[in-house]
Every structure is written in C-alpha cells, then in structure tokens.
Ligand binder design. Structure first.
Ligand SMILES: [Cu+2]
Length: 169
C-alpha cells in the first residue's frame, strides 16, 4: 500500500489551516470593503483553563472598526480620537468551547496582509498571539501566530457581471 502513504505525506506537507488557536474568520476579504471579521478563539491559554479577556489590536491602516456586542461580555474600546485602536472583550469562555468576537471594519484599499496582534488572558495564564509570519520563510510553523486577514484586490474576488440583455437602465 505505497500510494496511499504518498498521498498522506503530501497532505501532511500541505499548509494546515489553524483550526484551534485564535484566527481571523474569514481570513480573506476584499481590500477597501466594509467587512465583518470575527476573531475565533478555539481554546483557552492551556488545557482546562478559562478565557476571561480578549484584546484585539487594530492595525493603523484600518479606516474604522466597531465591535459586535456579545451577551455576557463587556466591551472596552481604546481610541485615538474617534478611531478605535484596540477592542477588549471581558467575559468567560471555558476551554472546551469556542467563540467568535467580531469587528465590522472599513478595510484599507491596499491589498496585502493585515495582522491583528491579540492578547488572550485566562484565569491561570496568558497567550500572546503576536507572532508575524516571515514572508521569506513561507510555511514556517509559528507557536502563537497573530490572526491575519489577506486583503485581495476587489476585482480578484468578484468577477465583473457580464452585461445581460435588458439589464441596462
Ligand atoms: Cu491553537
């Protein structure tokens, strides 16, 4: 049974999406769009711990950001003038559950990677999701990667609608 083994090895070598961790969902959005992006907390700081706080830092290039309220969680918005620079949710999330913490953002119009450093504070410990992938070392495995949203050029995601007869006004 050599063939299945080769396939298995190929699968292992492929980039594995981080299902646990703290990740941005979706991890891709249109540059310049208004998009709701959730920060998905897959587990606590350690097995059996409980998440009490999540602080998401908003990159300077984000034009605006507002958090979605969550029942059972209080929200603190840090601002520079009118602009939100970081959002902290405070509540309770046991290790055996996951949750989403969402921001509605006006994203920068420049395509590229948007990195959101996140601090997860738990009852017993803390996890700093602040590691930034090195573009020169693709596929490098990071212990605590910062959630990242790939901004794609507006045209790449939605192909222009072909002109349909009778649709011109
Ligand atoms: Cu994880």
């Amino acid at each position: 049974m050599k063939a299945p083994l080769i396939i298995l090895l190929a699968l292992l070598a492929a980039p594995v999406p981080a299902l646990a961790h703290v990740v941005a969902a979706p991890g891709e959005a249109k540059a310049g769009s208004y998009s709701a992006i959730a920060f998905r907390v897959g587990h606590a700081c350690a097995a059996g711990d409980t998440t009490l706080k999540l602080r998401v830092e908003i990159p300077d290039t984000v034009v605006s950001a507002r958090p979605q309220p969550k029942p059972g969680w209080t929200i603190d918005i840090e601002k520079d003038g009118e602009k939100a620079t970081a959002v902290t949710w405070t509540g309770r999330l046991p290790d055996d559950q996951f949750d989403d913490f969402a921001l509605l953002m006006k994203l920068p119009s420049q395509p590229g990677n948007l990195v959101f450093p996140v601090i997860q504070s738990c009852e017993k410990g803390e996890s700093q999701w602040t590691e930034i992938p090195d573009p020169d070392r693709p596929g490098e495995k990071l212990t605590r990667p910062a959630p990242t949203v790939r901004l794609i050029p507006a045209a790449e995601q939605t192909p222009p609608m072909p002109d349909m007869p009778g649709m011109k006004h």
